[in-house]
Design a protein around this ligand. Sequence first.
Ligand code: FPP
Length: 240
Amino acid sequence: MADEVLTLPERIPYHVAVIMDGNGRWAKSRGLPRLAGHRAGVENLRRILRACSEFGIKILTIYAFSTENWGRPEAEVRGLMNILETVIDRELNQLNANGVQLRHIGELDGLSAMLQAKVRKAIDMTRNNDQLVLNVAFNYGGRQDLLQAIRRIVEDGVPSEEIDEKLVDYYLYTAGQPDPDLVIRTAGEMRLSNFLLWQASYAEYYATPAYWPDFDRDELLKALVYFARRERRFGLVLQP
Ligand code: FPP
């Protein structure tokens, strides 16, 4: 299976986006607290980052905290904030050494001032890295992304006839980045859950029952084989 993908490099998706679902169920199935599942999720992220570099994926976007996640129990919200902080404190140097460029999509407002400062520092420190871009969607919602874009377009006084897809792209959190080619969702659901609503319009969608902490390199490879076999038409009819 590996050979099949690796002999088709033009079929390796440039940008992969992942809805890392199932941490809670993974923990529950082991009799562990939900936060243990999120910590196992971070461990897995490390593995998947390595696999992305191995397979030549250039952009990985992860859905780490949605605008809806504020509705979770306070202790879990606090735990997820702590995880982001710990990841930055403990992993930043290694990520930087591995050529990972960290970017944030979503609203930093709502995070503590200290966490905001840490995220900004991480972005600044890694901005010239080019091995892999890691977009961390944290306090992100697809509708919020569109709303903030619309508001800023209005504030900038852009004439309506100048508003086209390229202009909207420019105002989104993902400005300057190509759209995801492949969206992966773990833990079985067949929903986009307010993730990259505009950007994922033409992405291939791959869902697997594996919980995120179990979604390892070989599971990623299965998703890549699926992608390599898809014929992307972008709404067009392919000529014979
Ligand atoms: C969904 O699982 C997962 C999340 C809401 C959070 C994902 C976060 C991480 C993997 C760690 C954060 C990483 C960084 C870099 C900050 P769920 O809790 O909804 O699982 P369930 O549906 O089984 O309950």
